[in-house]
Design a protein around this ligand. Sequence first.
Ligand code: SF4
Ligand code: SF4
Length: 290
Amino acid sequence: MTGAGSFSFRCNACGRCCNSPPAMTVEELFRHEQRFIGCLAVSVVHPLAGGGPVHGETVTAAEAAQWRQAVEALSFPLDGRPGAPRLRLGTQAHDYPSLGACPARRPDGRCEIHADGQPAACAAVPLDAALPDGLQRVVLHQRLAEAAWMGADCIVAGRREGYAPLVEGERVADDGYRRDLHARRAALQAQAPAWGARVAGLLGSELRAGGAALRAGPQDYLTLPLVPVLAVLSESSDDARERTRRYARAQVALIERKVAAALQRKDRADRAMTQELRRFRGHYERFASA
Ligand code: SF4
Ligand code: SF4
């Protein structure tokens, strides 16, 4: 199939899409605790009501239902009404936006941790594990414009010489990318029983108030320190308690280094992030000493 909904891909490792810190699981954040500041990202998601055109692709009613199921598996109800917005909790790396780069991106654009624990979300790029395989064509249709805008030209519609077929209609055509996509999706789905449901409950009304503010404001997600996730994970064993506290101490040291570097840069654009990171540091210090 080479018609509508088919996309080919060729990555030349230019690093243009590595312009911000990536989504990472808790395990990945622990592994790279000296490099990435971890955070809990909270966003409001609106389940798709029905089929129709989405980012230039026609989505059937059955596909919209699959999309809703995928959203519901990774999110928590904001209130009890059917069809109400839901809160998605995700863990990711966090850094100064003014740097415009992931902390693992080398000056030549390559990934410093490519062969040493590259996050699964990065391995699946340009696909998005939050959506079912059958809807990856919607993701690529949207990213086609972004890749062209970045000058990367790594995604093309249909076939082109030198590019490998990535998505053909409802199928992820490349075996390696399909494997990476499924690995990332499995990791995302494992978060809800491991800590997601508990953290949503722990944050309770505070989280719901945040969701309400998100709906009203221009920003589409909140960033919080990872502490509620650490608190839940630490309950499982003495080892987990020690590991989560060690992580918190490592984060305090990393934040201090990042803030010191920002103060050296003297960029006014960094002020808000410096304040946020100082709040993070306080939370991690209290957790580590509790
Ligand atoms: S922008 Fe495209 S070509 Fe460049 S690293 Fe990202 S996926 Fe690869
Ligand atoms: S971890 Fe590597 S691949 Fe992922 S965003 Fe950073 S530099 Fe890019």
